[in-house]
Structure formats: C-alpha cells, structure tokens
Design a protein around this ligand. Sequence first.
Ligand code: F6P
Length: 499
Amino acid sequence: MTEPGWDPIAGHELKRLDRLFAEDPERVPRLSLTLGGLYFDWSKTHLDEALLERFVALAEARGFDAAREALFTGGVVNPSEGRPATHVAERGSGDAEATAVAGAGHDRMRSLVDAIEAGAFGDVTGVLHIGIGGSALGPDLVIDALGRDAARYDVRVLSNIDGQAFEDAVVGLDAETTLIAAVSKTFTTTETLTNLSAALSWLGDAGVEDPFGRVIAITAAPETAIEFGVDQTRILPFGEGVGGRYSLWSTVGFSAALALGWPAFEELLEGAAEIDRHFRFAEPRANAPLMAAFADLVGTQLLRAQTRAIFAYDERLRLLPSYLQQLEMESNGKSVTADGQPLDRMSAPVTWGGVGTDAQHAVFQLLHQGKVVVPVEFVACIEQEDGLDDTHHRQLLLNAFAQGAALMTGKVSDDPARAYAGNRPSSTILLDRLDPRTLGALLAFYEHRTFANAVLLGINPFDQFGVELGKQMARAIDDPAERAKFDSSTRALIERAGL
Ligand code: F6P
C-alpha cells in the first residue's frame, strides 16, 4: 500500500470489539449518529479513535472535500464519460442547468400524474412498469415498501426478458385499463424493448385500439423513443447526467409517484435532500455516509472481507438488498482508478443479504462460525405498523439486536463445534418509522456512502463499462457468422439447446 493516506491505515492493528467497548465507555455515543428519523450505530465495527483520525486524514489526502463539492456543483465527477452526475439536482442541489432540467422533468411528471388522476387516460387501474436495472429496482423498492396499503394503482414491475416474467407480471391486470410505463435511459436495452413489444401485443390482443396511446416512455433519449413509436406528448425525459442506478428521483420514479401520490413522492425527494445537505456540510466525524464508508473500508482493507451483507428486519424493505447490489456493485466493482491506473487494493465487496428473521435460519450459521468475515448491516424500523399485537414486531427488533450482539461477543465452549469466535462486525440503521421521507433519506445515505467509498479508493462510481462486453457478446452470439468465433464449450451449449 503506497498511496497517500493508506499506509497508516494498513499499519493499524485492530483490537477486538469487546476490548474496544471495555476501553471506552463512551463508545456508543462516539460511534453513533441521529439524523432526522434515522439512527446509525457503528460501535460494533472495528473503528476506533486512532483509525478514525487516519481515515479523516485519508479523506483529506484523497481530496474528498473537493470531490464532494464537485458532485454538488455539477463538476465532472464521471471522468471516463466526461460528465457530471446530476442525481442530486433532482433533489434541488447542483448547477443551474441540471436543476432546471430536473425541475422541468418533475413538472411534466406531476402534470401527467394529475392528468391520469383526472381521467385523461380513461379508467386506469393498473400500470405495467417495464425497465431493468436502475430503471426498475428503485421504483420497485419504493412501491413495495410504501405502497402496501397506500398504492392507488396496481403497479407491476417487469424487468427480465424471460417470458415467464412477462406472464407473471400481467396476471390479473386488465389490459383495457392498464398503462405501460416504459423506462429506459438509453431506450436501446434489449430486455426493455422486447418486453415493451410484448406489452403492445398484449394490449392489441385484448382489443385495445391504440396500444401506443397507452404507453408513457421515460428516457434520457426521447428521439430514440419516438423512433420506436412512442408519441412525443407521452415522453417524460430526464437528464443524461442521471445514472440509471441513481435515477429513482427523476422521472424514472413516475410509477412510484403515480402509485403513492405526488405529495408522497415529494416527501421522498425531501428526505433525500436532507441527507444531501447533511453529507455536503457535516464534519467527517459527524457525517453519516462518510462514517459508513470508513466502516466499509475497515471491512475490505483491514479485515479482508470479500462480501458485506444487509439484512432488513422489515418485510417492507425486502427489496433493499437487491437495490443495493446494483448501487454498490455496479458503482464500485472496479479494478482501475478514475485515471485508469490499476487499483492495488480491494474495491467493492460483493453486496448480498436478505430479510430477518428468515435469514437467521438459513445463512447466519456461516456468519457466526464460517471461515470468512462478513460485515453485516441490520436495518430496522422502530414503529410497528402491522395490525397484529406487538409480539411480532417486538421479537423482530429484539432478534436483530441479539444477532448483532452475538456476532460481536461470541461464546466460549469446550466443544469446538459449539464455540463462537465472536469479534464479527456489524452496524445497525434504525428508522423511527418507514415513510417516504425516511426511505428517501435512507436511499440517499446509501448513494453518498457509495460515492464516499469511491473517492477514498480513487475510483469512478458513475460508469459501468463492465456490463458492455456481455451485451456485445449476447448480440454476436445470435449472428451465425460471429457464432463460429465462440469457444467450443459455448458452441456446444448452443447446439444442445437447439438455438
Ligand atoms: O446493463 C446495465 C445498465 O446499463 C444499468 O446501468 C442500467 O440501470 C440498466 O442497464 C438499464 O439501462 P437503461 O435504463 O438504458 O435501459
């Protein structure tokens, strides 16, 4: 490790977690933070005073303040594509041009939501949201988390090219009263266009006279959508600087705004904006995304963790791990620095996870006794909102807290099979309650944490060239001339499948 700021961190000797607690009675207040309706606890990670000082020095050495300011002022934070990242403009921060584009997008989206509510599209009961990756995961999570009792429309999110997924998605939808929201930044994504064509046929087969008249396209490439056949009056554009995995806040959130209502969508944006202000101005030691990034880097750089796991102890957040997989792995799963040099350290770990308590009965064995260290994050909500007596919610939360304590303290036993080494790190995020504002804040926190990790590692979190080769080869494999150039294993698979 030779880069500025990293040597002192690499040389730091980690203490056991129980010792860190024994040595510092103030550890919890020192390593926790309350922010609006969110509480963060990093005390069960291996961060300590000396390490924090070194991480703060690392941030300085990596030009963190300037990088962060560039994010909020429209600087080119995505150098490989030569552009800014304008998702914060969707929440009101950023340069004048990006915030104007975002504002115009929101105005148009709001008018369309109002028009649909006012009956401009006749009777509407359902929405088939078609998109993939960042054009699906955010809206899907938000609608699933917040729309359980509140959704005004039956929204189905369809992403996979698998026809089974299409068939599942339309079960029970009435084609006559369903709108299609086709979401694609590029409007060239094979899965989305194939599913959109299938949806148009589905509408036509059901007797809808003008299937294209039911399609709303959400895209940063309006011309391409028009070429596909979408009427320009039904296009909701968004800015080129909004990356797919950061796009929920833009017109990509249309299905969520429609399902939850405009005021709820605005609350989601405001929750995110609060975190923007916090991230931009808070001191490093009181800065939630930056502190979380420090804890992440202890995991990957010092504990050599190859994965990190998120367990939502709230069924409404069951899609959070999938959303974070794209956010973190597509952003920071890189092997070169922003200026193209080989990265000589671990970048993003594999993000995975599930819901508690289910996961306790499936994967926690390895977390407690396996040979690999997996930093765990627990996410839970204090307020009970199910209609049952409090047994369920109480047990849910107590289980989350007990797991964190067990990972840390472990257990001594004469029987090696029954011994727990402990000293396994975890962090906890507690939401006072799950509502649009706290969910917006939570997701913006994760975005900024991802950005902070990238800056400290020196990588560009806003490109994703790693997905291109597979797309190119998926096109080539369908061309008989190109196919001959594929390896013998792949050719044998094609032959066996009769393709
Ligand atoms: O293949 C990855 C990716 O480009 C993601 O970055 C993106 O969120 C997704 O595909 C969908 O892309 P689009 O919105 O252009 O259809």
